[in-house]
Design a protein around this ligand. Structure first.
Ligand code: SF4
Length: 478
């Protein structure tokens, strides 16, 4: 997939695991994956555990494409895990689709992973030196191998603990082996994982919206560094392996997670609404209408409108049917892509002074085109308000960002960015205001704003970045 024209951050993956005493688990995993589709659209898969024998079914495409027809009917078993993928580590080809399954000395084991290890290269080198052969190009396969290396002789719990002592970076894991469903969250808690209860079992999922989709009741979040296990004895949690700086990725709340999810006790919808309200309170602007860049800007635009008293209205319609398969083979077609994806409602915006709310500016190209579209449709003024601080640093923890040189805020001042966008004004939510929205007791990773990474990033570590060396991803419009 050609991503170089894209102008947004991307989540890497979503995971689900279901344990049922009697019934089939794969149907619930399927519905859970549907709810998590926003976390990854490149591939989808389910691995089902039938009395310790595990079979995967996976492929490239959306959940509905991969599990078309009778694909689910052969996936019977009371434990199942599932995965939707957006690749940053490893390519987007079919062999990297998850869950990964290994036939180990412990028995069959399946793993689904969300995140990115910063020491993936050195782990892979060590494993290769020990004779391990790799069938994929993902860091997830190294995790599976690390777990099996130790687990083969000492059991699955020891295998996971050993792997956790060696891995650095972001990882949320859902595994199944033997009669167990297991969930793991890295000690920083960079990405979310929660636990839900079914009448006859348990669910683990990246976001609580997946629990709602399968009819499970939210129980709690998995704590950073925690291992949770479900088997015939019920649900139990092992003591978190280590304590370190808790660092939930703040973009989970700003942009990635679905607004109906609750992440680490925070309603995603309410977080965005409050961010919009604070933006209005700190930077009053005279205007006729507040509008959102759909869809993620909508709760913040509503919050802005409530706080400012300026009416909220729709100014852009998003074409929901542009998906993975939409290709842009030429620069001219890339320009057209934004016009096809977002279309202004002239009736609502002509002659008006607009406040346009979006969650972030990455390269600036999409925002500039939107401003141009709104002016072309007759807007008198366009004021851009962003519900995050300027993105100046790349991510190493599984969020797909352009390389630093392609982040517009790393190269230009706010005044220069406003000029590039062609906006009448540009307002970011500043770092202090973001702290207020986050709540000072909660600790978040905010490294893409301030470069303060929650762990040491080894020299030579690759950011979760789709640009290639030599500036292939450089913004032609910048
Ligand atoms: S660097 Fe940014 S995108 Fe990456 S985990 Fe931290 S806050 Fe999230």
């Amino acid at each position: 997939m050609d991503r170089l024209w894209e102008d947004t951050l991307h989540e890497e993956c979503g995971v689900v695991g279901v344990y049922r005493r009697e019934k089939d688990a794969s149907g619930a995993v399927y519905y859970g994956l549907y709810a998590l589709q926003h976390r990854g659209q490149e591939s989808a898969g389910i691995a089902v555990n039938r009395g310790g024998h595990i079979e995967p079914y996976k492929g490239l495409g959306l959940v509905g494409e991969v599990f078309r027809g009778a694909a689910l009917s052969g996936l019977e078993g009371n434990i199942a895990i599932g995965h939707v993928r957006y690749s940053t580590a490893g390519g987007s080809d079919a062999r990297n689709a998850q869950p990964l399954v290994a036939r180990s000395r412990m028995g069959d084991i399946a793993l689904a992973h969300n995140g990115n290890l910063v020491n993936a290269d050195s782990i892979q080198e060590t494993l290769s030196d020990a004779g391990v052969l790799f069938q994929t190009t993902t860091d997830s396969e190294s995790i599976l191998n690390l777990i099996c290396q130790h687990g083969n002789t000492r059991g699955i719990e020891a295998g996971i603990r050993n792997a956790m002592s060696l891995m650095k970076g972001a990882y949320v894991l859902v595994l199944t082996t033997g009669d167990k469903l297991i969930g793991v969250r890295d000690p920083h808690g960079l990405h979310p994982l929660c636990v839900g209860r079914l009448e006859d079992g348990w669910v683990l999922a990246s976001e609580s919206c997946a629990l709602d989709a399968v009819g499970a009741e939210f129980v709690r979040d998995v704590e950073p560094g925690e291992i949770v296990i479900v088997d015939s004895g019920g649900f139990r949690a092992l003591e978190p392996v280590q304590w370190c700086r808790k660092s939930l990725c703040v973009f989970e709340l700003i942009y990635f997670a679905r607004p109906d999810s609750v992440v680490d006790g925070v309603s995603v919808y309410d977080f965005r609404r409050r961010a919009g309200a604070l933006l209005a309170a700190r930077n009053p602007i005279g205007a006729d209408m507040v509008m959102a860049v759909p869809d993620s800007g909508v709760p913040a635009a509503i919050g802005y409108a409530e706080a400012s008293g300026i009416p909220y209205g729709e100014g852009l319609i998003k074409n929901k049917y542009i998906g993975r398969t939409f290709i842009q083979p030429t620069d001219a077609m890339r320009e057209d892509a934004v016009r096809i994806k977002l279309s202004p409602i002239r009736y609502n915006i002509e002659g008006k002074r607009l406040i346009v709310i979006d969650d972030s500016i990455v390269r600036g190209t999409t925002c500039r085109r939107i401003v141009g579209q709104l002016r072309g449709a007759g807007a008198r003024e366009v004021h851009v308000c962003i519900t995050s601080p300027p993105v100046r640093y790349s991510c190493y923890f599984g969020i797909d960002t352009p390389c630093r040189e392609n982040l517009i805020a790393a190269r230009k001042s706010e005044g220069e960015i406003r000029e590039f966008l062609g906006a009448d004004s540009l307002t970011y939510l500043d770092e202090e205001a973001l702290s207020t929205v986050c709540g000072r007791k909660r600790l978040f990773c905010r490294a893409c704003f301030d470069g303060d990474y929650p762990m040491e990033v080894p020299v030579g570590a690759r950011p979760s970045c789709f640009c290639k060396e030599g500036g292939e991803g450089s913004d032609p419009a910048a």
